[in-house]
Design a protein around this ligand. Structure first.
Ligand SMILES: NC(=O)c1ccc[n+]([C@@H]2O[C@H](COP(=O)([O-])OP(=O)(O)OC[C@H]3O[C@@H](n4cnc5c(N)ncnc54)[C@H](OP(=O)(O)O)[C@@H]3O)[C@@H](O)[C@H]2O)c1
Length: 219
């Protein structure tokens, strides 16, 4: 197999872990990374694509790949409002899915979130759930939806609340057994590993992986 990957969000925690794995993986001969700021890395297999995500049509002809690894996301606090969050987390994803599908992409792998649910009363979870549902209209041969619990990993930016959350998650992880396993914090590279494994396995259909399943599949 000699596939081309397109990563969205390669400067982020999960996205960067995906990028490093894909660059090392022989199943992928080329890796394209769409970002809004330059990647600090060069590699023979890597084609960086810089864009303003409000003007995706300008780079549409470059978004050609077999498999899309969608790792972009923000927080309501960072986005500044619920409307801005929705534009980033929902609108960008759908537009990229639409363009990639039109350009022949076969698989779309989405980093969603634990608790994603289109009927949720929690805005964040509702947007994630609505995105999961809307992506199904593009009829990718494989739509793989990953719902990690709190992500563990080193961030360049300061997110105090999240740092505390990571600390608490690491302490509580061993106590989360049985049905609680899906609430365990999960290392970002573990999520990336399972995403790449699922992409290579190339099963057809729509698949949802809860956090405990993501952890188990990475082994
Ligand atoms: N954090 C958690 O504990 C957690 C738990 C479950 C699910 N998730 C979800 O998992 C996904 C990945 O999370 P992560 O922690 O790996 O993300 P992250 O480290 O915050 O990275 C986010 C990525 O999205 C890009 N991005 C954000 N806003 C953008 C914008 N307006 N225009 C263009 N690019 C933009 C960032 O680019 P820049 O580097 O340029 O900012 C970065 O590449 C997200 O959808 C998140 O909601 C997170």
């Amino acid at each position: 197999m000699s596939r081309t990957a397109l990563i969205i969000g390669a400067t982020g925690l999960v996205g960067n872990a995906c990028l490093q794995l894909l660059l090392q993986t022989s199943e992928y001969r080329a890796v394209k990374a769409l970002t809004r700021r330059a990647l600090p890395q060069q590699h023979a297999k890597l084609t960086p694509i810089l864009a303003n995500f409000d003007e995706l049509d300008k780079v549409a002809h470059e978004l050609v790949a077999d498999d899309v690894f969608y790792c972009l996301g923000t927080t309501i606090k960072k986005a500044g409002s619920e409307a801005a969050f929705r534009q980033i987390d929902y609108d960008y994803a759908l537009r990229i899915a639409e363009i990639a599908r039109q350009n022949g992409a076969q698989q779309f792998l989405l980093v969603s979130s634990l608790g994603a649910n289109a009927q949720s009363s929690i805005f964040y979870s509702r947007v994630k759930g609505e995105l999961e549902t809307a992506l199904q209209t593009y009829q990718f041969a494989g739509l793989h939806i990953f719902r990690p619990s709190i992500l563990l990993g080193e961030r360049h930016e300061q997110r105090t609340g999240e740092a505390i959350g990571q600390f608490v998650a690491r302490c509580l992880n061993p106590l989360m057994l049985g049905a609680l396993r899906k609430y365990r914090g999960i290392d970002a590279p573990t999520v990336a590993k399972t995403m790449v494994k699922c992409a290579i396995a190339a099963q057809r259909g729509v698949f949802v992986y809860e956090s405990d399943k993501i952890q188990a599949l990475a082994v």
